[in-house]
Design a protein around this ligand. Structure first.
Ligand SMILES: CC(C)(COP(=O)(O)OP(=O)(O)OC[C@H]1O[C@@H](n2cnc3c(N)ncnc32)[C@H](O)[C@@H]1OP(=O)(O)O)[C@@H](O)C(=O)NCCC(=O)NCCS
Length: 194
């Protein structure tokens, strides 16, 4: 189900969803995020801010903040969205997003990027996170970055498994560096060389 017209933006197959395309699978396109994706991406992100420890943000993003975040994430430090294009009516149905950000501000770290991946709750477990992470690795490599780091809250088995499947290995744990919902939180560091 690869789209021949944009070979650098791979499609992901998802057989878990119902009401799918001709062959019973959904067509997911990964593309660069645009300011117009701000509402859809913050609708994916903010429930995680408010209800989970997977992000260490404590306050939901406003529309203006999310627009600014997308504008900041261009060039090498980019943001991608996954769009369900199974049927024409779904062309703007953003089901996930990912990003590459600077790992540290000091200049000698500039060859390393930190990534994030978020999938809409009703579309998790369908291969979308894997498709986003694969494209982030592809684009980080193409841009010339050397190393990629994921920082994952300690008990987050799904994200640790996703990154392990994407070629990342655990390189350490920061103990109780975060606090949210009255709990101390570890951060697992995972790294992949590019
Ligand atoms: C973590 C997250 C990005 C995974 O995305 P996803 O689309 O649900 O994952 P996929 O369906 O692509 O799964 C890819 C691999 O990840 C792992 N995985 C995904 N969900 C998992 C789960 N619930 N338990 C264990 N492993 C899981 C598996 O290795 C899976 O491969 P498999 O299907 O061959 O077993 C998604 O659950 C999510 O967005 N969660 C909320 C936001 C978040 O936590 N982001 C990461 C912050 S560090």
């Amino acid at each position: 189900m690869e789209r021949a017209d944009r070979p650098t933006e791979p499609a992901a197959r998802s057989s878990a969803a119902s009401g799918a395309g001709r062959d019973g699978e959904r067509l997911i396109r990964i593309r660069a995020a645009e300011p117009g994706d701000a509402e859809a991406t913050r609708a994916i992100y903010n429930p995680e801010v408010l209800e989970s420890t997977v992000t260490f943000d404590l306050r939901p993003r406003t529309l203006v903040e999310q627009q600014a975040w997308i504008v900041e994430h261009s060039g090498g430090h980019l943001a991608l969205v996954a769009v369900d294009e199974t049927s024409p009516g779904d062309a703007t149905d953003v089901v996930g997003f990912g990003s590459l950000s600077p790992y540290r501000s000091r200049p000698a770290y500039s060859t390393t990027v930190e990534n994030s991946v978020y999938v809409r709750r009703d579309r998790q477990g369908q291969g979308i996170g894997r498709a986003i992470l694969t494209e982030l690795v592809h684009r980080a490599t193409a841009h010339g970055f050397h190393a990629m780091i994921a920082r994952i809250v300690g008990d987050h088995e799904a994200s640790i498994a996703l990154h392990r499947a994407g070629g990342f290995a655990i390189i350490g744990t920061e103990r109780e560096v975060g606090r949210k919902f009255n709990r101390w939180l570890d951060v697992v560091l995972m790294q992949r060389m590019l």
